[in-house]
Design a protein around this ligand. Structure first.
Ligand code: ADP
Length: 241
């Protein structure tokens, strides 16, 4: 299971890049299979694991007491459960034939270390892809999502009241349907973010893409990641190193 850990600030474009990386790897896997033989099974299987695929809500990251319902056990128990679910999902597909892209905040260095050790135990490489984005731009994305949700809620209220023509009220036609973070949750996640450090074993090799990087630059970085996890530069991993 070569493992690629995607990390970055909330709403910085992680899922967008993770999907692009997934598409790029799918292309590479398909072309390798075709080159080898028209009937051969692909050398790798590909998995994209994220909060969305595991049904994890944004609110699990919320440590602000005012936002927590009375029945929630403790401030970050739900986040620990979420991490356990992600860890389980990654572990379930562990095998040297399975490439796993873990799209998420992955903001705690101890968590990235744990994932690195898991890959190492499986004698398979890991890499980190950091999504670089200014705090202001990332905040803007979350605010736009919050605004969209407010509009949708007010449209729903108008519709409930059966205002004539209200069903056409929503003129927002972009296809971004992701849930926003509550503002305090978002701020807190930015505050808690532990930047990857390429000097540490568990954050290396470290690759970076920034918001402004175009398709050609993205493909260039994806090709380098491919090389490390599945290509020429793939190293033999020994658990005791
Ligand atoms: P995250 O996974 O970090 O929450 P998303 O990938 O969902 O962020 O991106 C948030 C929004 O920003 C989406 O609407 C997406 O289309 C847009 N977006 C992300 N990356 C870029 C980029 N590099 N250029 C332009 N828009 C982007």
């Amino acid at each position: 299971m070569p493992l690629i850990i995607v990390t970055g600030l909330p709403t910085s474009g992680k899922s967008t890049r993770a999907k692009q990386l997934h598409d790029y790897f799918a292309e590479r896997i398909a072309s390798t299979a075709t080159t080898a033989s028209s009937t051969s099974t692909p050398k790798y299987r590909l998995h994209l694991i994220s909060d969305q695929t595991q049904g994890i809500q944004r609110a699990v990251y919320d440590l602000s007491p005012a936002e927590l319902p009375a029945h929630v056990r403790s401030a970050n128990a739900s986040e620990k459960d979420a991490r356990a679910a992600l860890y389980g999902a990654v572990k379930r597909v562990l095998s040297p034939r399975d490439i796993v892209i873990l799209d998420g905040l992955n903001y705690i260095k101890g968590w990235r270390y744990q994932l690195f050790c898991e890959a190492k135990n499986m004698r398979t490489p890991s890499a980190v892809l950091q999504i670089g984005c200014s705090v202001d731009r990332a905040r803007g994305v979350n605010e736009a999502r919050l605004e969209k949700r407010r509009e949708a809620a007010s449209d729903a209220t108008v519709n409930e009241k059966n205002v004539p023509g209200a069903e056409n009220n929503n003129d927002n036609d972009d296809d971004d349907t992701e849930e926003p973070y509550a503002p305090a949750n978002w701020d807190n996640l930015v505050f808690r973010y532990e930047e990857p450090n390429p000097m540490t074993r568990w954050d290396s090799p470290l690759f970076t893409l920034i918001w402004e990087d175009d398709e050609a630059q993205a493909r260039d970085v994806f090709a380098k990641i491919w090389d490390v996890v599945a290509g020429e530069a793939r190293k033999v991993v020994r658990p005791n190193q």
